[in-house]
Every structure is written in C-alpha cells, then in structure tokens.
Design a protein around this ligand. Structure first.
Ligand code: NZQ
Ligand code: ZN
Length: 391
C-alpha cells in the first residue's frame, strides 16, 4: 500500500435549501463577482433569477461571462480574464457543469498572470499555486470539477484539449442541489454517468492497490450506484434520489477520497481528450465508446481477476467463473450498460469519425512516449484502440 496525502479544501453545501448560503460564502472574498455560466439551462431553470436576486439583496455586484461551450475554449476563458482585470473582480462564481466550472478555473488561474492568457498557463504546465477564489453552483453530475483541482481547456485552432491542475484550482465552496439537474436531458445524464464511472474505474480501481479494502469497497459502491441510478434518472428526470446519488458520486469520483494509494493513470481520458479536441464530441460519449475497447485491449492473465471482480461487484456477473471468462463477461456488461441501457452510440463510425487522424491523436495522447500505469499504452496501442472503436 502506498503512502498518500488526503487534502480536499472544498466546502460543499448539498441539498434543496442550501443556495440561501451563497451570499455569505461569496462575501468572505468580496463584493465584485464574475458570474461565468452558459445561458441555456441556467436561465431556463430559474437558477439565474434566484442568484441575481440573492446578489441584489446582499449588495453583491455581478459581472457576467456567458456563451461557454461544452469543451470550453481558451478564447472564452480569456474574455473572462479581461473582465476580471478591468473590473477588479474578487471572486468567480461558476454556474453550470464541468464546462462552466473549468472555464472559471481557467480564468482564476490566468487572472494573476501579466500576459492574461490562459493558453500560456496551460502550455507552461506545472501546478497552479495562485488563483482567484471560486464558488460553484453545479448543474450536471459528471466531471467532479466541483470538488477537484483540475480544469480541461480546449484550443480548437491547434486541436488541443489539455488539463491544468494545482491546489489553487479547488473551488472554495460548491453548491450541489440535485433538483438543479432535473432539466438535464437523458443524453447528458447518460454521458455524465459514464464520465463518473470511468473516473473511478480508470483512475482508481484498476490502478489501485487490490488489498486496500476500504477504498476498493468505496469505489465499487460509487460505480454500482451510478450503474443503478443513471437509467432511473433518464426515465424519471425528477427523481430526487436518482439525481442525488449521481451528483454526490460525481463529486466523490475525483475528490481524492477514492484514490488513496493508487497510481494516477486516466488512459481512457488521455485518449478521449484527443477525440474531443479533433471532433468536439461530448466527453462522456467518447469515454463510453473507448472504455470497453480499452478493457478488451488491456485484458491479460494478471488483470483478469480484477476486471472479473468489477463485473461481479458492479454489474452482477455471476461468481465462480474462470477469471478470463468472467472478465470478458464484465466487459460485455460495461458495453451493455453504455449502449443498450443508456442508449449511447456505440462506435466512432456512427459519429462520422474515420481513421484519418488516429496516428497523430495517438502520439498526442502519449506525450511522454507512453501512457504509464499498470497497463501502459504506447502510441501503437492507442491507435489500435481507436481502430477498435470504429465498429
Ligand atoms: O449550455 P446549456 O444550454 O446550459 O447546456 C449544457 C451543455 O450543453 C447542458 N446542461 C448543463 N446543465 C444542465 C444542462 N441542460 C439542462 N439542464 C441542466 N441542469 O449540458 C451540456 C453539457 O454541459 P457541460 O458543462 O459541458 O457538461 P459536463 O459537466 O459533462 O462537463 C464537460 C466538460 O468537463 C471536462 C470535459 O472534458 C468537458 O470539457 N472535464 C472536466 C474535468 C475536471 N475539471 O475535473 C474532468 C472530466 O474528466 C472532464 O474531462
Ligand atoms: Zn471525465
């Protein structure tokens, strides 16, 4: 078992009646707030009006950045950085899903830089140690950005989608009301569920220490809850228990609680971010297509018992099979969940994607020549996995 440090500074208000605490949390940092959101859902659900009223009633001045696309662009982030510099903003309030929150994190990170360009921060690499404070109001159950130190920013001019990370990127406070996800379409609900599932499986479960029962049991509980509740939330969008389970699973997925002692890998994410960067597809959809192919590609005698165990604990695959057979049934169960139960498209051809860019995408996915971890992948492996995703 490896040594580890657990430190998560994000304060979470979870539940139906928590938004009333927003002003008191914001005012700890100041009165000038940049509100970063994407208009659609935030305005339709009434969340926007509620937040504007809370701000007006408490002497908070709001500046607004809208038009944040899924897979947020560095150009949009830089517009927010300009507003922060011009208006001397004290705190950023992100309202939305991973895209709005990551955009806010990018703004927060670039706000203290002379050049005011988030892409320079992204390309410089290294941990982000200084950033404007952030508060989030979450409207999806997916990325974990509401409680993690990462942001993913896209540059569509160069086909790059890259991660920035660092202790300053934890939101200070996040508000999570499952009711704010009632309006999330079935498709986004499904994509978010696959994202959570993949965070736990790839970053933690198959990269972890098989003897760390405490963490392993938590990982299985989170994945099993997502597998169970996602189809219910799709059929009954206003089912509070379903939305609450998914929302908290989202936060647990990357808040550090599930990765004590494990190696950080995220091979599927490395491969998916290339797909999003080249084709601007939904993150969770790309992961759904990649995950079963990746499992098939890495399956060997050594990891077969772990993959089989996933099948037993999370998908109800029967016990007592020979490990290789059990692992294959587990992988089939992952496919069935993604493509039959959640109804997601099952291959890249259906998305109009062909093999044209696979070679360069595979090379970008392995910036150090290999995606490391217990099941390392070379560019040739990644290209093979992309090809498997075509059918
Ligand atoms: O723009 P609107 O109309 O609001 O529609 C949004 C958006 O089109 C809609 N939506 C969000 N909340 C809604 C809603 N529609 C109805 N009701 C609601 N309550 O959903 C669409 C997708 O939103 P987005 O924020 O893009 O989704 P998600 O939360 O899945 O975030 C995806 C982004 O996060 C990155 C992904 O790569 C992608 O760029 N990730 C961030 C991570 C992190 N920071 O830790 C880790 C993840 O692995 C991931 O890479
Ligand atoms: Zn993800």
């Amino acid at each position: 078992m490896k040594d580890f440090i657990y430190h998560n500074p994000t304060k979470v208000y979870f539940g139906k009646e928590q938004l009333q605490h927003l002003p008191q949390e914001i005012l700890k940092f100041g009165k000038k707030v940049l509100m970063a959101y994407d208009e659609g859902a935030v305005k339709k659900t009434g969340l926007y009006d509620k937040i504007v009223k809370l701000a007006n009633d408490n002497g908070i001045t709001l500046y607004e950045l809208t038009g944040i696309d899924p897979n947020p662009r560095h150009t949009t982030v830089n517009k927010g950085v300009d507003i922060c510099a011009r208006e001397k903003v004290d705190v950023i309030l992100a309202i939305g899903g991973g895209s709005a929150i990551d955009c806010a994190k990018g703004i927060a990170a670039a706000a203290f830089e002379e050049h005011k360009d988030v892409w320079k921060v992204v390309k410089r690499g290294g941990p982000v140690e200084k950033a404007l404070p952030m508060v989030t109001v979450l409207t999806t159950a997916a990325t974990g950005s509401e409680m993690d130190p990462y942001a993913v920013i896209s540059n569509m001019d160069t086909n790059e989608k890259l991660v920035i990370a660092g202790p300053a990127l934890f939101p200070h406070v996040s508000f999570e009301n499952p009711e704010d996800t009632y309006s999330l379409p079935a498709y986004q609900t499904a994509c978010g569920a696959v994202d959570i599932f993949n965070h736990v499986l790839d970053q933690d479960y198959l990269a972890g220490d098989a003897t760390f029962d405490v963490v392993r049991g938590l990982q299985e509980a989170v994945m099993a809850a997502v597998v169970k509740w996602a189809p219910i939330a799709m059929k009954e969008p206003r089912n509070y228990d379903a939305r609450a389970n998914l929302m908290w699973a989202s936060s647990l997925g990357l808040n550090g609680m599930l990765d004590g002692g494990s190696l950080h890998v995220m091979a599927c994410h490395q491969m998916e971010h290339e797909l999003s960067a080249y084709y601007d597809i939904t993150h969770g959809l790309g992961l759904a297509i990649i995950t079963p192919r990746w499992l098939t590609h890495i399956l060997n005698e050594k990891n077969a018992p772990e993959i089989y165990r996933l099948g037993v604990k999370v998908f109800g695959v029967p016990e007592g099979l020979e490990p290789m057979q059990g692992a294959k049934e587990a992988i089939d169960a992952v496919s069935t969940w993604c493509f039959k139960t959640l109804g997601l498209k099952s291959n890249l051809t259906e998305l109009g994607i062909d093999s044209k860019h696979f070679k360069e995408m595979a090379e970008h996915a392995c910036p150090d020549g290999v995606i490391p971890g217990p099941n390392p992948l070379t560019p040739a492996d990644v290209e093979k996995i992309y090809e498997m995703c075509l059918h």
